[in-house]
Write a protein that binds this ligand. Structure first.
Ligand SMILES: C[S@@+](CC[C@H](N)C(=O)[O-])C[C@H]1O[C@@H](n2cnc3c(N)ncnc32)[C@H](O)[C@@H]1O
Length: 323
């Protein structure tokens, strides 16, 4: 029952800037409080609890960042994950409204509205996704097959992490990332700094309303179908089918539930999470995806676990071919 306390401690310490304050050297509670503009008497128990958790280390009166905090929670470090924390920090309010969401059947907010209304959140959301997607994107690219793609569409491609990973493995390929304007404004910053930027096109569009174009041999939907209910996923699959050449493949990459609908645990928890900020979004079952793919006309269905060593949070890649 108390797990929320640990999450909140890390979120607040990150908000205060505790990990940045300890980036260069150890400090006692008074010095940290001074640097982060907090009261030393109320900051000290927070630092102690974080030390007990192993996020910080305490020696005498001095605190230091633990290994994970030093690598992932200090701004500017190559493996910085603070944007992911900021995203969770914002969605905490959604979880506080869970009872209302469950009673009313309505989301707390919808993602496009949230992204549009809060540019800061959009920035964290997109950067946060980019921060943690690297290993999964490389694995998806490997499973799709090096050298197998010439022209891909990344539906709701966000920061373009997956498109770039596939471009890296397919030297002749070109990619189009289809996403909302508010998202692509941030993606453009990533893309412009990427060595493969000339092979990536950003196309502003709504994946529920706009045509996807044509002539593609791969249509990727990574972490987008959980934001949508069945009826819209099926519509997206129909649009992807139209956009693909014969022999082209659709690839769905997401957290996927087994037949029970209740396991693995992480996708089941995420199923509640998406309900808070989507209009009918759900984590879907593998059997449902396979049925929808078949009904959309796709054949030779495959499924692969992505990074299965992550156990509870492993994702699934489903592939289908347009005959
Ligand atoms: C969870 S993110 C996934 C991003 C990326 N595919 C990945 O796996 O890292 C969902 C993406 O879908 C985009 N999106 C949401 N609704 C959309 C819509 N109606 N049309 C186009 N893009 C949309 C969001 O802007 C966001 O970039």
């Amino acid at each position: 029952m108390g797990a929320y306390r640990r999450t909140k401690l890390v979120l607040v310490a990150h908000r205060l800037g505790v990990f940045d304050a300890l980036a260069a050297k150890s400090a006692d509670a008074n010095a940290v409080a001074d640097r982060v503009h907090a009261h030393p008497a109320t900051l000290a128990p927070v630092l102690d609890a974080l030390s007990g958790m192993g996020v910080l280390e305490k020696s005498g009166a001095l605190y230091t960042n633990g290994a994970i905090a030093a690598e992932h929670l200090v701004k500017g470090r190559p493996m910085y994950l603070g944007h992911v924390l900021e995203m969770h920090d914002r969605l905490w309010e959604g979880w506080s409204n869970l009872e209302h969401v469950v009673r009313s059947g309505q989301p707390w907010r919808t993602l496009p509205a949230l992204l549009e209304a809060e540019p800061d959140f959009a920035d964290r959301y997109i950067r946060g996704m980019h921060n943690f997607s690297g290993p999964a994107a490389r694995e998806v690219a490997r499973l799709v097959g090096p050298g197998s793609v010439k022209r891909m569409l990344d539906v709701g491609g966000g920061p373009g992490t997956y498109a770039f990973a596939i471009l890296e493995q397919n030297p002749e390929a070109r990619a189009t990332v289809l996403d909302l304007d508010v998202t692509l404004r941030i993606t453009r910053e990533f893309a412009n700094a990427h060595p493969l930027k000339d092979r990536l096109e950003l196309r502003v569009g709504n994946y529920l309303e706009d045509e996807y174009g044509d002539g593609f041999d791969l249509a990727l939907m990574s972490h987008t179908t959980h934001d949508e209910p069945e009826v819209r996923v099926r519509d997206m699959l129909a649009r992807a089918y139209q956009a693909l050449d014969r022999g082209g493949r659709v690839a769905i990459h997401d957290w996927v539930l087994d037949d029970s609908g209740a396991t693995p645990l992480d996708p089941a928890l995420f199923g509640v999470h998406v309900m808070l900020y989507t209009d009918g979004g759900r984590v879907h079952r593998r059997a449902d995806y396979e049925r929808w793919l078949g009904e959309a006309g796709f054949v030779r269905l495959e499924h692969h676990l992505v990074l299965p060593e992550r156990v509870a949070s492993a994702t699934t890649l489903l592939l289908g071919t347009k005959p």
